[in-house]
Design a binder for this molecule. Sequence first.
Ligand code: FAD
Length: 401
Amino acid sequence: MSFEERQILIIGAGPSGLIAAREAARRGVDVLVVEEDSEIGVPCHCAGLLSLRGLKRLNISADGSYVQNKVRGAFFHSPSGLSFKVEKQSPVACVVDRSSFDKYLASQATRIGAEIRLNSRVQEIQLENGCVAARSKKRVFKASIVIDAEGASSRIVKAAGLKSTNPSHFLPGFQLDLYGVDVDPNYVEVHVGSRVAPGFFAWVIPLSSNSARVGLGCRKANPKELLQRFIERRFKGEEYEILTSRSGTIITSGPIEKTFSNRLLIVGDAAGQVKPTTGGGVILGGLCGAIAGKVAAEAVNLGRFDEDFLRLYEESWRKSLGREFKYMILARRILNALSDRMIDKGFELIIKEGLQEVISREGDMDFQSNVILELVRRRRILRILLPLLKLQHLLHEIGLG
Ligand SMILES: Cc1cc2nc3c(=O)[nH]c(=O)nc-3n(C[C@H](O)[C@H](O)[C@H](O)COP(=O)(O)OP(=O)(O)OC[C@H]3O[C@@H](n4cnc5c(N)ncnc54)[C@H](O)[C@@H]3O)c2cc1C
């Protein structure tokens, strides 16, 4: 068994870990990222829909070769077939090939000085005198500080004695890339309802006018079977070819209670830094990864690896995203409690009152609190929601109680 000493060790070369690596390395500290798989970005579990604003916030180009398409809005479809459209004048999001996207992030991090080691699975970590020891099959990495970016599995989080994401908020997701379908390349489709995707939704993300990434997440059902049925209905009579299939775990819980301890920071899916409304985690996990990289580099420069210093990480990400998570968790709870009939009523109201204009105007794919508050505050929407929920509790949560 060989030993290797590093200043910062990052476990997991997904977007959160790679962005953390980039931000730490740019501050001149020594960074090693270890990844269990043999290729960055493979296997891929993601639909790759990322907001342009989010990419800008992360200093990532929206014009790289990993971009497959850009969209400017979405069609929402209710259980009974009602629909409305939200849109902006110009593109708001891009669809990326996640494998190429992750490789690009890896090249950003290594160009600036980080090192990435593939085929290196950390099996356990242990606090030792003056370092954290992370063991893989062949090697022990002794690091001043570890950033855990291991994704949804959360093995390290549990081993470190922190409370991991509650698996009851994990949903199975399944998606296929289809070629030969007729879709509008400018708009994503979101289909809701218990028949389509109980407990979540189905998506059609156009890759061009004749190809799309079609998938769904669901609760207590088989996503593969539901997706097959959805595709048969949605693309009835069309002749298409299935190019790739992907599955994965969609996290809807919101963040874990505590994302730091001595010599350890937790980021991304491992920390539950995923939008509970949509299951999207690349941008918010990346923003938290950037903060973690910065705090870890500061910790190295100051020689401070204690909890009192590292809580700065949690304070910083909660300051910018805490409110967002709070409202998205609320929205997810409301959505989970709605019957198909109530969803239809909600659609009717949105269409009748022209609220799609409000969503189009106020909407931000990642910072959703304003639009959630704007909608939930509407008296008629409240009237639909209240029979379901404890009135005082809801009003209190949205600051109207
Ligand atoms: C079906 C589906 C569709 C999705 N669509 C979108 C979308 O359109 N937009 C969006 O923003 N998000 C989407 N997401 C969520 C998104 O994929 C995740 O939020 C994002 O990948 C989280 O990044 P991460 O770096 O935290 O974790 P990951 O991307 O999971 O990366 C973790 C990495 O750590 C490695 N690893 C794990 N354990 C170890 C270990 N012990 N030692 C070494 N390496 C280890 C893994 O191999 C992996 O490479 C989707 C998820 C699913 C399941």
